[in-house]
Structures are given as structure tokens and as C-alpha cells.
Design a protein around this ligand. Structure first.
Ligand code: ADP
Length: 730
């Protein structure tokens, strides 16, 4: 079928100015900036035909035209007709006519005028080739077009034969019959129809706005109802509002129930009457309201007071209330009674304190009442085994050796328990110092070799030459390494191998990585995930596991992490395991960085002072070392000199090193001060201090980093040289 609207005229062509096809829409909501975004349901509600029916019908009847509501695509949402006989005829003859544009008198065509009106947001008028006039009025709210109203008539002049025949054919009625009916019609002048476009627009716009208002009002009423229901129904929360000064303006049932005040007695009072005297004194209300004023919200927990003076612990949530972008009008406050939770928290805190107290008690019990007898058993058993109390027969020796092994195991378990308690009570003390992994590994291996030899296990050590010292507590590094090697021995069958390696950590050169590999039973992937947990023991490791408590790896992990490294493993069941841990490498440059300022380096030299303390009479104790260190700390100027961590602290000559950025005069002052103070400290002259120094030139023409690197390397080698010289004297 040829669309009847194909001959639609161009805008305004042939029409007098007053009847221009497009005039600015008088009914779009001027001033709205399009911010209003309508939901799909709202759009549907706004164009509800039931609501529009009366308006459209009245207009149609008055103007003797047909009127329809369309969506923005011009598709009909519904239509109303004046009772013209032509319509009745068409409707009666074609049951499916509803899909057609009622004005073009053709089926299945959206009205072309709508497209124009929607595109331009203005009234559009179209004359089609058949001589019919359509007026389309866009329905817009803000900047959004929702649809259109179209108005038109069947014939605005007596129909032409051609058109009559086409309509008759389209709707399956007789052309003769149609002619009979049509010629009785009194057509509306097309000019009048066009002029009425503005009227229709104004009508549509007014109705659309009224409908929008009505929908919003309905929704608001629903929301208010819901809020009222919520506010009244929520009995476990106190919901109330205040003005900007904190004076109560509304009070819900929950508030009445929680705080004991009836709405009538509290409205108008400041809500500080429900705060504890301490909070009122501390100006809590003012502080919280001013926070809510600034940020929109404030939340706190504290004691609140009921009308009966009883107190309860409340969570208080304050929200500032304002009109959009307007000034703050007041506050909405929600209070929740958290007393039960608070009571539980208090009980929990008390339980935690009690636990800590018990742990501490346990710590001192274990250390004094378990360790002391254990040490005595160990001491006497060793003496008996060493033959101090006479010879032993082989049977006695076998049983005593077994007893000694078990005492050893018990000692390890006791010290594990002590460590766990120290970890949990944050009492695990670490004494960081530059630590030689070469030395620590050698010490650990010498003690582990006996156990390994009993199982014919070969222990190999592979420590990189020139390995950096690590910055760690040597006793703790020994403990970690011993635990890993002992586990390796425990879980490796007779004749196996254990390898200990230490090298610079490939992923980060500021760390050293130590690994302990065994050729034992290995650990499944699932067990690898839990192996470092407290009390973790792999099921099925049987008898062997029973000799431990499942604490060793947990403690090792704690120790490594507190030393600044990390621990992990790589294992395959049946193919052995490798445990790795890293420790921070000791950096002399970092340790001395605060004295290597530009001014100090530019002065041209750095001095290494060695303070040798010689033990004249035997018997110097470890405590004396600490005291000498403290004296030296006091003798130096922290901004110019640094006392290095202990390196050569074995009697009969103990050496302390100081890096100094001072001139010759300054050095003489420090040296005199040190000698004087040490002599004052040791009046019995059991110790003989002597001081020597080495001056290291700072190279010119290097970057600051290069200068520091160069100087620290030379300090390290001077320290080693001095210690070697000292060894020779000993
Ligand atoms: P325990 O003192 O019981 O050995 P650990 O924490 O040191 O406690 O080890 C926990 C568990 O991890 C052990 O019981 C054992 O099942 C498993 N395990 C530890 N090291 C190894 C290893 N080298 N090979 C196989 N299993 C191991």
C-alpha cells in the first residue's frame, strides 16, 4: 500500500503565518534543565489512557475530530472519536482497524506528523495528499518528550472519488455506502484545526503537569505512610528529629520505649537530656552536631540516660537534614540499644585480661618450676653419664642415654611453650645485631650432627662466600635453623640427606635467603597450607610427630616475621621438602646513614675508632659488656658518631667500634672522655682500655651514594683487619 502521508507538505509551505506548521511549543516546562530523569514506570503512568480519556474525548467531541495518544514513535496508545457516522461505519466494517492511524484512513501507519512534533518539540501540522489535516502536539516534561497527541478529521472537505475508493477498499466497505455517509458530514475547516493545535498543546501540557503532580503526590503519600509505618513500627530503634540546635522536633514509639519520654514531654527539649552527665560536660551534643553539620553524618557510641535515670550503651547515628542544596534544617537521629553487646565486650575484655594474667603466671611457673628441675635432671644425668660418679655398665648407660634424650625433648617442648606465651603476650624480646650466618649455621650444625649421625643422615652446608651479615638476633636465627634441621632429621628416613644453603636472595638483594632441604617424606599441597599454624601436625606422620607439639614451625614463622623476613616451603610427597626463610641483610651504610651528611663527607675523611678492652684478671661478666656499651653511647655525639653493633665481643679482648665524622681535635676529646669514663667505671683496674683509630679518606668526584658505599666497604674491611690482628694477640 502506498502511504497516504507520503505527500506530506514541507514545514509551513503554503500556509499563512498564523497557521505555520510549527510554532514553539507553549507547553514544554521552561526552566527545567533536563535533570529530571523519568523512570519507565513513571512514563507509562503519565501516558495512562484511562486518565487521558476524558480530556481527549471532550476535545474530540467539541472539535468534531478524532484524537489519539501516541508514544514518541507515533504508535497509537489509544484513541477517542467523536461519534461521526464515518467512524462507526469504519469501526463496524474492520475489526482490526485499531492498529491504523485513524486520520489517514489507512491501516498500520504511524502518523507522520508525530515524528515532526517529537523531533522539533513543537506543534506540527501535516496535510496529506488525500487532503486530510493532522495536527500533532508533543507531550514534554522538562526536556524529555514522552509522546504526542494527534488530532485530525476524516475529511476536511468533501472526499475525492479516489480517496473514497481507497478507504473503501482498505476497510472492505462499499464506496457507495461510504460516500452516502461522508457527504452528510460537516467538515471542520482545516485552518481551524491547525489553529486549535495550540489549544490542544496547552491542554495536553496542563494535563500532563497535573498528572505528574498527582502521581508524585500519590508516591509521596505512599512514602510518608511507609516512613510513618517504619518510624512507628521500628520499636527497637529510637528515631527522632531535632532542629539545628538539637531541640527535639519529633519522637517515635521506639524512642518512647527506649528512653521513657512521651513525645509530648520531650518535643522542644534539647536531646542532651538523654546523655550521660560526663558527655554533657564534654559537650558531646555540640561536637557531634557540628560534625554532622560539616560532613552530613556523625556516629558515636556512648552511655545514654533513660527518663528513669537508668543508663544504657547506645549507638547513635546523626544525619543532617536539608532540602536539596539548601541550608541544613535539622537532624535525624537513630539510636540503638547496644547494652547487651557492650556487656559481652566488657566480659570479653575482662576474659582477655584474665587470660593474659594467667599466661604470665604460666610463663613464670614454667620458667621457674619446670625449667629449674629439668635443668637439674639434665645436669646430673650428664654428670652420671660422664662417669663423674663412677663407671656405668652398658645397660645403665643405655637407659640413662634414653633418659637424657627425653629430657632434651622435654626441654625443647618447655621452651616452645614459653615462646608461644611470649608471642601471645607480646613479650618476645629480640636483640638485633649484625649476625653472621656462616657462624650461626656452623654452630647449629655442630649440635645437630649427633642426631643426624644416629640416623646416618648426611648434613651438607653450602653458604655463599662473602655472604652479608644479617640484621637479626643470632639466638633466634639459631632457634629457627635448629627447628628446621631437627624437623628435616625427624622426617627423613635413615641414610637421607639434609642441605643448608645461605645466599643473597635473588628477588631482593637487601635480603639473605636461607634454605633447609631434606630428602624425607615430603608434605602434600593441602598440608603445606596449614603447616605453619599453631599446633599443626600432619595426620599420618605417626610416631615421629608425637615427639613434638606442632609449635616449632608456628614459632619459626613468628620469629622470622618479627625479624623482618618471611618463611615458606616447597614440598612434594615422597620427594622431600625445602623450607626457605629470608632475613634483612645488615647494611652498614644504612646504620650510619644519619652521620653521612653532605657536610660530613665534604670534610674529606671518616674515622674508625677501635676501643679495645683487655681483661686483666679473669672473670669479666657479660653484664659488664652492656655497661661498657652504655658508657660509650654516652661519650659520643649522636649527630657525628655512631657506635657499631657488637662484633668482637669475646674476652679476653673485647672491641667496640665507633665511626666518627670529626676532626683530629674532636677525636682527641672523645678518646679522653672514653678513657676517663671507663677508668671511673672500673676502679679495680680489672679491665684495661686502649684506643686506636684509622682515618679513611672520602674520594672526590663521586656521587654521594658512591662515596657512602666506598667508605662503608672500607670500614668493614678495617673492622675485619682489626679483629684479625686482635686474634693474633690473643
Ligand atoms: P613439631 O614440633 O610437631 O615437629 P612443627 O611445627 O615443627 O611441629 O611441625 C609441624 C608438622 O609439620 C610436623 O608434625 C610434621 O607433620 C610436619 N613437618 C614439619 N617439617 C617437616 C619436614 N621437613 N618433612 C615432613 N613433614 C614436616
Amino acid at each position: 500500500m502506498i502511504p497516504e502521508t507520503s505527500g506530506r507538505l514541507d514545514a509551513g509551505a503554503g500556509l499563512p503565518p498564523a497557521m505555520s506548521t510549527r510554532s514553539p511549543s507553549p507547553f514544554s516546562l521552561a526552566g527545567e534543565n533536563g535533570v529530571l530523569e523519568l523512570s519507565a514506570t513513571m512514563r507509562e503512568d503519565l501516558l495512562d489512557l484511562d486518565a487521558w480519556g476524558e480530556v481527549l474525548k471532550t476535545y474530540g467531541r467539541t472539535m468534531r475530530v478524532a484524537v489519539a495518544l501516541t508514544d514518541t514513535g507515533g504508535l497509537l496508545l489509544g484513541k477517542c472519536h467523536n461519534p461521526q457516522p464515518v467512524w462507526s461505519l469504519v469501526r463496524g466494517a474492520a475489526s482490526d482497524w485499531g492498529a491504523a492511524c485513524p486520520f489517514c484512513i489507512t491501516k498500520h501507519l504511524p502518523c507522520a506528523a508525530v515524528a515532526d512534533a517529537v523531533r522539533t518539540s513543537a506543534v506540527a501540522t501535516v496535510h496529506d495528499q488525500a487532503g486530510l489535516t493532522h495536527v500533532a502536539v508533543p507531550l514534554t516534561l522538562g526536556k524529555q518528550t514522552l509522546g504526542a497527541i494527534i488530532a485530525g478529521q476524516v475529511f476536511d472537505r468533501f472526499p475525492e472519488q479516489l480517496l473514497l475508493r481507497r478507504v473503501a477498499r482498505d476497510f472492505g466497505i462499499s464506496a457507495q455506502e461510504l460516500w452516502e455517509v461522508a457527504k452528510k458530514e460537516r467538515p471542520v475547516a482545516s485552518a481551524l484545526l491547525q489553529a486549535s493545535g495550540d489549544l490542544l498543546g496547552a491542554l495536553g501540557h496542563a494535563f500532563l503537569q497535573q498528572r505528574h503532580g498527582a502521581i508524585l503526590e500519590k508516591k509521596l503519600a505512599e512514602t510518608n505512610d511507609r516512613f510513618r509505618w517504619l518510624a512507628e513500627g521500628v520499636r527497637d530503634y529510637a528515631l527522632f528529629t531535632t532542629d539545628t540546635t538539637g531541640s527535639v522536633t519529633s519522637w517515635n514509639v521506639g524512642a518512647e520505649r527506649m528512653l521513657g519520654y512521651a513525645q509530648a514531654e520531650i518535643v522542644g527539649r534539647n536531646f542532651s537530656c538523654i546523655l550521660s552527665p560526663e558527655d554533657v560536660h564534654g559537650r558531646l551534643t555540640e561536637n557531634q552536631l557540628s560534625k554532622a553539620l560539616q560532613t552530613g553524618r556523625a556516629e558515636y557510641e556512648g552511655w545514654s540516660v533513660r527518663r528513669t535515670q537508668g543508663q544504657f550503651w547506645a549507638n547513635v547515628n546523626i544525619t543532617a537534614l536539608s532540602n536539596e542544596a539548601g541550608p541544613i534544617q535539622g537532624f535525624a537521629i537513630i539510636m540503638q540499644d547496644m547494652t547487651e553487646r557492650k556487656k559481652i565486650a566488657i566480659v570479653l575484655e575482662e576474659a582477655q585480661r584474665e587470660r593474659a594474667r594467667l599466661q604470665e603466671k604460666f610463663l613464670s611457673h614454667v620458667s621457674h618450676e619446670l625449667r629449674t628441675p629439668l635443668t637439674a635432671i639434665y645436669f646430673f644425668t650428664t654428670n652420671v653419664l660422664d662417669g663423674v660418679f663412677g663407671d656405668l655398665n652398658p645397660e645403665q648407660r643405655k637407659h640413662l642415654t634414653f633418659a637424657l634424650d627425653n629430657v632434651g625433648q622435654l626441654k625443647v617442648m618447655v621452651s616452645d611453650l614459653l615462646d608461644i606465651t611470649r608471642v601471645e603476650t607480646h613479650k618476645l624480646a629480640l636483640a638485633h645485631q649484625p649476625t653472621s650466618l656462616v657462624k650461626v649455621t656452623a654452630e647449629v650444625l655442630s649440635t645437630c650432627r649427633t642426631n643426624a649421625a644416629a640416623k646416618n643422615i648426611d648434613i651438607r652446608s653450602d653458604v655463599a662466600p662473602n655472604l652479608h651479615f644479617v640484621w637479626a638476633d643470632p639466638a633466634r636465627v639459631r632457634q629457627i635453623l635448629t627447628n628446621l634441621i631437627d624437623n628435616g632429621i625427624k622426617f627423613t628416613p635413615d641414610g637421607g640427606t639434609i642441605t643448608v644453603k645461605s645466599q643473597v636472595f635473588a628477588e631482593d638483594h637487601d635480603f639473605v635467603c636461607v634454605s633447609v632441604s631434606d630428602s624425607g617424606c615430603g608434605i602434600s599441597a593441602d598440608n603445606c597450607k596449614i603447616i605453619f599454624d599453631r599446633l599443626a601436625q600432619v595426620k599420618g606422620s605417626g610416631e615421629v610427630s608425637r615427639s613434638g607439639l606442632g609449635l616449632g614451625l608456628f614459632i619459626s614463622k613468628e620469629l622470622v616475621s618479627r625479624l623482618g623476613g618471611r618463611i615458606w616451603l616447597d614440598s612434594h610427597p615422597g620427594h622431600g621438602s625445602t623450607f626457605y626463610f629470608t632475613l634483612p641483610a645488615f647494611s652498614l651504610a644504612k646504620y650510619c646513614s644519619h652521620i653521612f651528611s653532605a657536610a660530613n663527607l665534604d670534610a674529606g675523611s671518616v674515622t674508625l675508632i677501635a676501643v679495645d678492652v683487655v681483661e686483666v684478671k679473669r672473670g669479666a661478666q657479660a653484664d659488664i659488656l652492656r655497661e661498657i656499651r652504655q658508657i660509650l653511647e654516652r661519650c659520643i655525639d649522636a649527630g657525628q658518631e655512631v657506635l657499631l653493633p657488637a662484633t668482637g665481643d669475646e674476652w679476653p679482648i673485647v672491641t667496640f667500634f665507633i665511626v666518627a665524622c670529626t676532626d683530629a681535635k674532636g677525636l682527641a676529646v672523645i678518646a679522653n672522655r672514653i678513657l676517663r669514663d671507663l677508668q671511673c667505671f672500673d676502679k679495680t683496674s680489672q679491665l684495661k682500655p686502649s684506643i686506636s683509630s684509622t682515618t679513611l679518606q672520602v674520594a672526590h668526584g663521586q656521587s654521594r651514594e658512591e662515596q657512602i658505599h666506598d667508605v662503608t666497604v672500607r670500614i668493614e674491611s678495617s673492622v675485619q683487619e682489626h679483629l684479625l690482628g686482635k686474634e693474633r694477640i690473643k
